[in-house]
Ligand binder design. Structure first.
Ligand SMILES: Cc1ncc(COP(=O)(O)O)c(C=O)c1O
Length: 411
């Protein structure tokens, strides 16, 4: 089957909507992607026909629900080439990183110890570590990015030391679009006896993943950024590491035996999933994975690269536009600032975003939860456009025309 974004669009009911009298152009995919009908139907079908709590009931409906939930875990494991017991369902990337910080981190990254992040991390891969630092006294070391927004591998090598317990790095930057050389980052860390957590929130809808090949110790991602529902995400952890970690949330479903004095926990992943999980979310995520596999991640990446190239070329032609993030290896994320070429006065991203919305074009404006990166580039924020498999070259042309009109109005 040949890849055709127009056919793919028909699977996404929301793309038929008009916004402010114009066809919706949805360029805010790095925030969250739209959902294909198959995902919407899978969630709805679960509630209509299979709803019951998991792991608890002897009754058929509960077993049915458990089979669907555990089936979803297998689908996720298969998607990233891991074992189902290495897949912990969380509410998203944020919870997955917090889980590692509060379990692994609390026991293993102590006073005198260090961990490494980069200046381009999303707040989700920064704030939990600051909280951990406040608890244990460990030190966070920060790798800069180059002017083009690329990972500074030499600075990284210099920061790795016998004190480094963990490296926590994004696979793909949500602001710069940079795809980091994580295989090399992981290899260097392992040579230093340091574990690695990868924030995969932006990478999973664009890049084929193989945990055996990557050799990451932890890999975190969110369902809603890869055509799945909100409120579901994944922490992948190597079995031998998860087995050693103690849970940070206690409650039902994560225990083997409970007395009034103490509790014995189940094995991973169950010991990390206290309480009733997001069953419908997991089923929806599995359906989103089926969508990605049927559509072909390779074809999606090829198409999105074309979109990125075209948009970059057209943006570069506009006077007063500065692209933030010009790495060689980029995903379909484009951040830019704008100024009046005559006066050099900067034009606020918020004003651009608001005017684009009048044309039905949804973009993200601001700091994108990467405030330290904005400080680093000495800018207040950017306009960010980000693409998914259903976006088209025509939509980019519509956006460029609207942007030009807006800039003329705002200059
Ligand atoms: C790189 C990156 N990490 C983490 C997150 C947090 O994801 P979530 O809000 O789904 O937990 C995001 C969300 O924008 C992100 O882009």
């Amino acid at each position: 089957m040949t890849f055709d974004p127009k056919t793919i669009r028909q699977k996404f009911p929301i793309l038929e909507r008009k916004m402010n009298g114009h066809p919706l152009v949805y360029f805010d995919n790095a925030s969250t992607t739209q959902k294909p009908l198959s995902v919407i139907n899978a969630v709805s079908d679960y509630y209509k026909n299979h709803n019951a709590n998991v792991h608890r009931g002897v009754h058929t409906l509960s077993q049915n629900s458990t089979d669907l939930y555990e089936g979803a875990r297998k689908t996720v494991a298969n998607f990233i080439n891991a074992d189902p017991k290495e897949i912990v369902f969380t509410s998203g990337t944020t919870e997955a990183i917090n889980l590692v910080a509060m379990t692994f981190g609390r026991r293993n990254i102590l006073k005198e110890d260090e961990m490494i992040i980069s200046v381009a991390e999303h707040h989700s891969n920064l704030v939990p570590w600051q909280m951990l630092s406040a608890l244990t006294g460990m030190t966070i070391r920060v790798i800069p990015v180059t002017d083009k927004g690329e990972f500074d591998i030499e600075a990284y090598k210099n920061l790795l030391s016998e004190k480094t317990r963990l490296v926590a790095i994004t696979h793909m930057s949500n602001t710069l679009g940079t795809i980091n050389p994580i295989k090399e980052i992981i290899k260097l860390a392992h040579e230093n006896n340091t574990l690695v957590l990868i924030d995969g929130a932006q990478a999973t809808p664009h890049i084929n993943l193989d945990m055996q090949d990557l050799n990451a110790d932890f890999y975190c991602f969110s369902g809603h950024k890869m055509y799945g529902p909100t409120g579901i995400g994944v922490l992948y952890g190597k079995d031998e590491i998860l087995s050693e970690m103690i849970p940070y949330k206690g409650g039902g479903d994560m225990i083997e035996r409970v007395t009034l004095e103490r509790s014995d926990y189940k094995n991973s992943p169950y010991k990390f999933e206290a309480g009733t999980p997001n069953i419908a979310g997991a089923i929806g995520l599995a359906e989103a994975i089926k969508f990605l596999q049927e559509t072909s991640l390779q074809e999606i990446q090829k198409h999105e690269n074309e979109l990125l190239e075209h948009a970059t070329k057209e943006l570069q032609k506009i006077e007063g536009i500065r692209i933030i993030g010009e790495a060689k290896n980029k995903g379909p994320v484009l951040s830019f600032t704008a100024h009046n070429p005559k006066t050099s006065a900067s034009i606020h991203p918020y004003d651009i975003g608001t005017l684009l919305d009048k044309y039905g074009i949804a973009v993200r404006t601001g700091q994108h939860c990467t405030e330290p990166l904005m400080d680093y580039f000495k800018i207040p924020g950017t306009v960010r456009i980000s693409f998914a498999c259903y976006n088209t070259l025509e939509e980019i042309d519509t956006f460029i025309e609207a942007l030009k009109k807006n800039l003329a109005l705002l200059s």
